[in-house]
Design a protein around this ligand. Structure first.
Ligand code: IMP
Ligand code: MG
Length: 175
């Protein structure tokens, strides 16, 4: 992929923020009267997380976690580890993990197991993007921004080789 370029815009900023608002309203209803800890997965979820946060109306704390998988840059190898952990105690708390994209589902299957071990009161996942055609696990997110085809997605937090995260829209890599 020596000459990769940015493809068409799949979702622009207005579409992304409108969808974040819809999901945040649904999430706010579900946790009404309760507290929520939103955990962003670094680095990909930061832009989507900030959109969701703007529209959450419940008492919300934020934290971060980083899962890394060994292997090539465009697919996960199946070997996942937590390379940066949360700071907050999750015991008996409502936890919402915010992810950029669910591909094979390997990363979130691993992360959720690790987080479940801490005995949160509840544990749900909100992902900006879902690529169900690539799933090799039974993983299913509770809230999904948009479903995408089997493309290598970039922008709005998602990278290729650490590039393109800052694009203010969702696109894909084209060679
Ligand atoms: P999974 O473990 O296969 O579900 O992969 C999840 C992780 O792989 C995501 O959190 C992303 O960091 C990365 N990833 C998967 N698909 C894409 C993509 O299309 N573009 C950029 N990163 C991706
Ligand atoms: Mg990720």
């Amino acid at each position: 992929m020596a000459h990769e370029t940015v493809g068409k815009i799949l979702y622009d900023y207005d579409q992304i923020t409108a969808r974040a608002k819809e999901l945040a309203e649904e999430i706010s209803k579900k946790y009404e009267g309760e507290e929520l800890i939103v955990i962003g997965t670094l680095k990909g979820s930061v832009m989507w997380m900030s959109e969701l946060l703007k529209y959450l109306t419940v008492d919300t704390a934020i934290d971060f976690i980083r899962a890394s998988s060994y292997g090539s840059s465009t697919t996960s190898s199946g070997v996942v580890k937590i390379s940066m952990d949360t700071e907050m105690n999750l015991y008996h708390k409502n936890v919402l993990v915010v992810e950029d994209i669910v591909d094979t589902g390997t990363t979130l299957t691993y992360l959720l197991k690790k987080l479940q071990d801490r005995n949160p009161k509840s544990l749900e996942v909100c992902t900006m993007l879902d690529k169900p055609s690539r799933r090799t696990t039974g993983f299913q997110a509770d809230y999904i921004g948009f479903e995408v085809d089997d493309l290598f997605i970039i922008g709005f937090g998602l990278d290729f080789d650490q590039k393109f995260r800052n694009l203010p829209y969702i696109s894909y890599l084209q060679d």
